[in-house]
Write a protein that binds this ligand. Structure first.
Ligand code: CS2
Length: 492
């Protein structure tokens, strides 16, 4: 079978509705994973078909050459397989013009980011890659990439280093800055990244920091599309559908949402043609998504993984766990400020439907990754607001206990696994194989939550009591027992 390299090879109904060769690059994207391809690249593809413009994307991989090895030989083309209630649809996306890898050689990425034609630099690099000091809203000089880039700012490897060096070059050359578009699941992601980049720059050149603070736009975004990591099955399906070998194919759900603050001084693609919502203030949407979708995802990932449920769709088949998922969604909704035009019950129902999607094989172990980077905004922030609004905190205590069990490495009812978390080493020393109170002390002492939550004795007592059971009882039994408890979040 021939490798996908050109649109002539595929059926005409699967081609983009425009000729990619007629459109120049306007966006450099950092973090070339499945999510970027299924979300921003897919939507930019629709926007190019509808409104044109020089808005194709140069993808930069910051971690491994694998994404580049898949996309570069295919001239950036890849098959997008969308799976929803109406069945499977596939099309080839032409929005990515090329892919490069910056590992060990940031030169080409910096060149592209400093090019006047680049007007947006977007990012999906995962929470842990930034090197944020979230409490101080700055950068964390102890983060390995931040430390290395502060030492060698002209040969950056990390996110903050690359952005700052590219912005410096633009300032020095009198080129207006690009807009920085953070697309990771962080609260007020634009403002958070602005704080981190300006703080990073301040360590090197205070005048540059001032220029960035005054001139660079960092709109916040809420991104949403459930996209499992591509597998051999994904590639085989793409080959069947297109008739070409495709090493870069991606599969995703039919649902897709992107809410963005409309602040793009150098312009932007006509994304509204692709259904993108532009809002004055994205924060309420982000909070809703982080606490309802992502918070529930984390809870079901830890409980589900330890109940030996491999995929989210399997979790939804367990009636007791499905009931607890409903409780978590309603508890999370109760912590949110009202959002005009949004009914959180309807949003919760849509989420349940999406989690049930039988054609999406989303591994609980994948979602369980990097808990210490995710739980703060997904669970602990909800606890803080739940306390203010007198909302029952038990669902959040259950989620925290399930994460703590994952961190403790207890395997009395499941196979051994490696903890995938940037704080894994520290947690191995303080939490692995320990009793419930030591694990809870290790978690509460991580410094990743508001002081009010860290000092909330009742909350931690509840977590510890659930966790003590979880350390000796099979997770399936804990779930059954928990589901039988009366809850204010039962659907009336
Ligand atoms: C998930 C997200 O892996 C995870 O932590 O919760 O990747 C989730 O699938 C996306 O945010 C959906 O938009």
């Amino acid at each position: 079978m021939t490798r996908l390299t050109s649109l002539d090879q595929i059926p005409s109904e699967m081609r983009p509705g425009y000729d990619p060769a007629e459109h120049g690059i306007g966006i450099v994207h950092l973090g070339l994973g499945a999510f970027h391809k299924a979300h921003q690249a897919a939507l930019t593809d629709l926007a190019l078909a509808a409104g044109g413009g020089d808005w194709r994307i140069l993808g930069v991989s910051l971690r491994s050459p694998a994404a580049t090895a898949a996309l570069h030989p295919q001239n950036g083309l890849f098959t997008l397989i969308e799976k929803g209630a109406e069945g499977t649809r596939a099309r080839v996306v032409g929005a990515i013009a090329d892919a490069i890898c910056s590992v060990g050689n940031p030169g080409p990425a910096l060149l592209a980011m400093s090019d006047p034609a680049t007007r947006i630099v977007s990012l999906t690099v995962t929470e842990k890659a930034y090197g944020l000091d979230r409490a101080a809203r700055g950068c964390d000089p102890a983060h390995p990439a931040v430390a290395a880039d502060l030492d060698h700012p002209h040969r950056p490897q990390g996110v903050l280093g690359l952005l700052t060096e590219a912005l410096r070059r633009r300032r020095d050359a009198g080129i207006p800055p690009f807009t920085v578009l953070c697309c990771d699941n962080l609260p007020e992601n634009g403002a958070l990244l602005r704080g981190a980049v300006t703080d990073f720059a301040r360590h090197l050149d205070p005048a540059l920091a001032e220029w960035i603070a005054g001139e660079v736009a960092f709109p916040s975004t809420m991104v949403d599309r459930i996209t499992p990591a591509a597998t051999d099955d994904t590639l085989a399906e793409a080959a069947r559908l297109t008739g070409c070998e495709d090493q870069a194919a991606v599969e995703t759900e039919a649902f897709c949402q992107w809410v963005i603050e409309d602040h793009f001084p150098q312009g932007r693609p006509g994304w509204e043609a692709a259904g993108v919502i532009f809002a004055e203030d994205v924060a309420p949407y982000e909070l809703m998504k982080l606490r309802m979708l992502n918070g529930t995802h984390s809870m079901l990932a830890y409980a589900g993984f330890h109940a030996q449920l491999r995929y989210v769709r399997d979790v939804m088949e367990n009636p007791a766990l499905a009931l607890l998922i409903g409780h978590h969604l309603r508890a999370a909704a109760a912590t949110l400020p009202p959002i005009p035009g949004i009914d959180t019950e309807t949003y919760a129902d849509t989420l349940l439907q999406r989690f049930r999607n039988p054609s999406i094989a989303h591994e609980t172990f994948q979602i369980a990754m990097d808990g210490s980077e995710k739980i703060p905004q997904r669970i602990f922030a909800a606890v803080a607001d739940a306390r203010k609004a007198s909302v029952d905190i038990r669902p959040f205590a259950l989620a925290t206990a399930a994460w703590s069990r994952h961190v403790s490495g207890a395997t009395h009812d499941c196979a051994p696994y490696a903890l995938r978390d940037p704080r894994a080493e520290g947690l191995r020393n303080t939490a692995t194989g320990r009793d419930a109170s030591s694990v809870v002390a290790a978690i509460a002492g991580l410094g990743i939550m508001p002081d009010t939550v860290a000092g909330d004795g009742d909350f931690w007592a509840m977590v510890e009591s659930i966790l003590s059971d979880m350390l000796i009882t099979p997770m399936t039994e804990i779930i059954e027992r928990e589901a039988q408890r009366p809850s204010p979040f039962s659907r009336r």
